[in-house]
Design a protein around this ligand. Structure first.
Ligand code: FES
Length: 176
């Protein structure tokens, strides 16, 4: 069989393992029940439920897609369509710190690629890769909607604006 690119949607690890299932822990189940009270239909609660799943597991695995669908009476295809549409949902496991470098136009002309390449070199990862110790994942992303403060790097849920290589290095040292 051909060696499929890891991002290929037909790669075997993109499919759920039939011998594996996931379930929210008790506290997450309680939060899920609370989320349901905030929306008029179960389908409308999909985005916050996916956020909750990502908070619990760090990414949205194929098994989590099926689980979330079962909670909300939605097909896995519907859930996966949403997961694959939004950048903010991780379709692969990521490190403790998810370094997302915007390389769209405003950031690009303000030398975002210097930061991106420096991060990959310094952390010894390929673009989109995770360090061996599981601490950092480095990826380039499309516009983060903060073009006036380009270049921007999002680390987990926080924006770091007007960045440059020196500021990035200082930030990395604080995260270590
Ligand atoms: S281009 Fe980077 S935030 Fe818009």
């Amino acid at each position: 069989m051909a060696d499929l690119h890891p991002d290929n949607p037909y790669a075997p690890d993109r499919f759920p393992d039939p011998n594996k299932s996931v379930e929210f822990p008790r506290e997450a189940k309680e939060r899920f029940e609370w989320i349901l009270t905030r929306y008029p239909t179960r389908e409308a609660a999909l985005l916050p439920t996916l956020h909750l799943a990502q908070e619990v597991w760090g990414w949205i695995s194929p098994e989590a897609v099926i689980y979330v669908g079962s909670l909300l009476d939605l097909s896995p295809a519907t859930v996966f369509g949403v997961v694959s549409f939004y950048n903010m949902y991780n379709q692969k496991p990521v490190g403790k710190y998810h370094l997302q470098v915007c390389t769209n136009l405003s950031c690009m002309v303000n030398r975002a690629y210097d930061i991106y390449e420096h991060l990959c070199d310094r952390l010894d990862v390929k673009p989109g890769g995770t360090t061996k110790d599981g601490m950092f994942t480095v990826i380039d992303v499309e516009c983060l909607g903060s073009c006036d403060t380009a270049p921007v790097v999002q680390i987990n849920n926080d924006y770091h604006e007007n960045m440059n290589v020196e500021k990035m290095d200082a930030l990395l040292s604080r995260l270590r």
